[in-house]
Design a protein around this ligand. Structure first.
Ligand code: COA
Length: 499
């Protein structure tokens, strides 16, 4: 494969071009390897596949750091080849999830904004090799990233060597969409000078000393993007409750007419909520989030949204085609930043972001579990939900009121794992309704959550638990019957139904 001068602008690097197999030979057993990628977007593909092939034949195990989840070519292929010792900070792949939940891989679940600074502080060891997907390499060695930024700047800065996958499937017109700013370490850290969503504060490439570049692998393999399910009735109702809530906040003067910058998690509920905004009365919307999905393109196209800032673009296959076809328009409307900026508490608090994330289960007092199935099995990880929730202007958690065809209530007496505490959760919404928990004590919250959010099949049983807890424990601050608090979960594990 030949490379154009537009893609590889520093001619002296031409002799670093090699095959993925040759580049994979730079990896040794026990190394810490850090890659670009945030969701199945902008991650390297050829070298990880070549590492997995080596691992199938010889003893080769690595620790893998990324921005967040990545495509199957990394997490899937490497975990199936038993090539991973440890993984952080987030994943969504079935093969790696199974390996984590069967003890084959150690997984460290991290707030996504914490990871880059933890690397810079030296908490997570020395990165041996960074593998970064790029659209182009500049004359000064600077890397123009692809569809995600994630942790790539810190990985390039801190790694001993850098391997670049120069991917021609991404158009060169992506250049100019990124905004790379790196905060200094304390005690020299200054305020991050970002006060508006549409502001650019850094460079449009990742600085890289060309001497660090050990290999360049040419490819045109596309990101394995994920399809999005059509909006179902449950997600639609959740979206309607949320929009009604936001309209009321505007009426009460607690939000401006164009709201405040929105953050939205990924997945089908998040997509439905954003799609719901298309038919809402809101205009001039701004998006300050992590991931930019198809619904954001709809909002930008319609003119309802004026700017979207994130750390990755994660469209469906149709969405990706549309994104590339209209890239000149989207480059003016989309800014991709490092995840330590997109998820930065200082900025989230300053901008007054409205955070909307998804829960696995919520308890009657407002604690949220976003990560663990039945308290023990890792689903994906906390991702950026904590970064946004703790610092939001309004923090919202959505979940269907039941799971597994009604066998499970997603509102439970006590969550089986806590990711977001009662102190951080302001609003809970299910298809049944919305509970506004601001200013409520635990006992007031319990009544509100059970009344507004629980499914009718579970409502009486939840109320019964709450009343019994008051009877048994007395009017303590947070009444519980400890021996019964997890009885719904244990019953499900034994009998396949919570009650
Ligand atoms: N108990 C047990 N299982 C449950 C459950 C509950 N209360 N609620 C959902 N599940 C199961 C579902 O049945 C489904 O199982 P399956 O994979 O076997 O079909 C699985 O959990 C995922 O549920 P689904 O409804 O498909 O959820 P989703 O795709 O909307 O994801 C989260 C929900 C919470 C897992 C996901 O949003 C997440 O990982 N959040 C944390 C990270 C985050 O918020 N990132 C964005 C920040 S910017």
């Amino acid at each position: 494969m030949n490379v154009s001068n537009e893609r590889l602008r520093l001619k002296s690097l031409k002799d670093k071009i090699m095959t993925a197999e040759e580049a994979a030979n730079l990896i040794n057993d026990g190394m810490i390897v850090a890659t670009s990628g945030f969701t199945p977007s902008g991650y390297p593909k050829e070298v990880p596949i070549a590492i997995a092939k080596r691992a199938e034949k010889e003893n080769l195990k690595i620790t893998l750091y990324t921005g967040a989840s990545v495509g199957d070519e990394l997490d899937g292929t490497l975990s199936r080849a038993n090539a991973l010792i440890k993984r952080m900070p987030y994943q969504t792949n079935e093969s790696i999830r199974n390996a984590i939940n069967s003890g084959k891989i150690e997984f460290v679940d991290l707030h996504l904004s914490h990871m880059p600074q933890m690397i810079r502080y030296g908490f997570l060891g020395k990165i041996d090799i960074a593998i970064i997907e790029a659209v182009a390499i500049r004359e000064d060695g600077g890397i123009v990233p692809a569809t995600s930024v994630g942790n790539s700047p810190v990985f390039v800065e801190m790694a001993e060597k850098v391997i670049i996958e120069l991917n021609e499937s991404h158009p060169l017109e992506l250049e100019g969409m990124h905004d790379i700013y790196t905060p200094e370490n304390p005690p020299n850290r200054k305020p991050i000078p970002l006060t508006k969503v549409d502001q650019r504060i850094g460079e449009n490439y990742i600085p890289c000393n060309p001497d660090k570049i050990a290999a360049i692998v040419l490819t045109n393999r596309k990101d394995s993007v994920r399809p999005l399910a059509p909006v179902d009735e449950t997600s639609k109702k959740i979206s309607e409750h949320l929009i009604e809530f936001l309209e009321n906040e505007v009426k009460k003067g607690r939000l401006p007419k164009n709201l405040l910058p929105l953050q939205s998690g990924v997945g089908n509920i998040a997509n439905a909520v954003l799609k719901g905004l298309l038919d809402s009365p809101f205009e001039g919307l701004e998006f300050y989030s992590e991931v930019i999905q198809d619904a954001v393109f709809d909002l930008l196209d319609s003119g309802k949204m004026v700017i979207a800032s994130g750390t990755s673009v994660t469209p469906s296959e149709e969405g990706l085609e549309r994104f590339y076809k209209n890239i000149d328009f989207y480059r003016k409307k989309i800014i991709l930043r490092p995840q330590e900026i997109s998820n930065n508490p200082e900025i989230i608090r300053r901008l007054g972001v409205i955070a909307m994330n998804t829960a696995i289960e919520v308890d009657i007092y407002g604690h949220v579990n976003s990560t663990h199935i039945m308290g023990t099995k890792m689903m994906n990880g906390v991702g950026g939900s904590g970064d946004f929730t703790r610092n939001a202007y309004i923090s919202i958690f959505a979940t269907p009121s039941t799971a597994k065809n009604g066998a499970i209530s997603c509102i439970v007496p006590m969550v089986s794992h806590v990711d977001h505490t009662e102190h951080d959760v302001m609003v809970v919404v299910t298809e049944q309704g919305l509970a506004d928990l601001r200013g409520l004590s635990p006992k007031e919250r319990a009544k509100e959550i059970i009344k507004k959010c629980a499914h009718p099949d579970f409502k009486d049983a939840l109320m019964e638990y709450f009343n019994k807890a008051i009877e048994k424990a007395g009017l303590t601050h947070t009444p519980h019957i400890l021996e019964e608090a997890f009885s719904w979960h244990t019953k499900f594990l034994k009998e396949g139904r919570m009650i």
